[in-house]
Design a protein around this ligand. Sequence first.
Ligand code: SAM
Length: 327
Amino acid sequence: MKKYTCASFFAGVGGIDLGFEKTNRFKTNYANEFDQYPAETFELNFPDIKVDVRDIHEVKESELPDFDVLLAGFPCQAFSIAGYRQGFDDEKGRGELFFELTRIIEAKKPRVCFFENVKNLVGHDNGNTFRVICKQLEILGYKYTYQVLNAMYYGNVAQNRERIYIVAFKNEEDYEKFHWPLSTPLTNTVRDIIDFQNSVDPKYYYTEGKYKGDIYSQLIETMKDDDHNNPAIYQWRRKYVRKNKSGVVPTLTANQGEGGHNVCLIFTDDNRIRKMTPRECFNTQGFPKNFRLPESMSESRLYKQAGNSVCVSVIERIAEQIAAAMD
Ligand SMILES: C[S@@+](CC[C@H](N)C(=O)[O-])C[C@H]1O[C@@H](n2cnc3c(N)ncnc32)[C@H](O)[C@@H]1O
């Protein structure tokens, strides 16, 4: 069966591309990402793609190949409640990145555009930011639909990650045929993504005296009562330990890569405390076990890349629906 071609912007490590390609109905033929480190991870997993590492502002529309679907998990800092709360007026200009996409859409007229962003996009700046995005899509002649989906219920992965997905269609007929995936029960647990049983490299463990202050004693005091049958995920919050009672991993974010104690913590079956490994963070985003992480890449970069990425299994389910609408 013919595969639809995709061009990927703000591609990161390629989580969106992977979700689309897993359906066997799409193939990425161009990717842009200006950070060389996620680009390296991308290339390791998509060996026939040489990532264009220029700033998107420098990418001319005329240089791009033709493609059916535009993919873009555009940077969320400008919209995130955790970020600057400035939207399109962000002093660093990040909000304007959306207009780089509209420039490309106008020139290339892809049949479908797929966007992913933080849940707060809709509410940002009293709804003005999202209104601008919708208006731009209308001006370009696209019919769009959007939903906030939680990875727990739409990707069967034990992470509480709510993200907004926008799908815009050039043809009204495709738009009419598109249906969002339905929710599914969460049958996977944290044990499917985190290894509580086996030892990992000693560097991941928290032990007495390893860190300054009384972090360890506080951690052990709270975590020692953890229920091994139903393990919780913990976070160090500057001065105290937070237990996530929902039994899933809280939303992974890019700041896991900033060092310190930002990575989620677990109490292992042999009663030790450790942080999640980068591989476990990728598992938490629904990446398959055979997704390759560059061996020489620093841990902090890998944590950041995982947090910045997407839940692959949610993307795959939406992509299946997009293929059905396009066929
Ligand atoms: C939220 S992440 C997207 C991650 C991606 N969806 C994935 O699966 O890994 C946004 C990405 O946009 C990239 N980026 C930000 N500004 C850019 C620019 N001006 N040109 C090209 N890439 C940019 C960042 O380096 C970052 O990797």
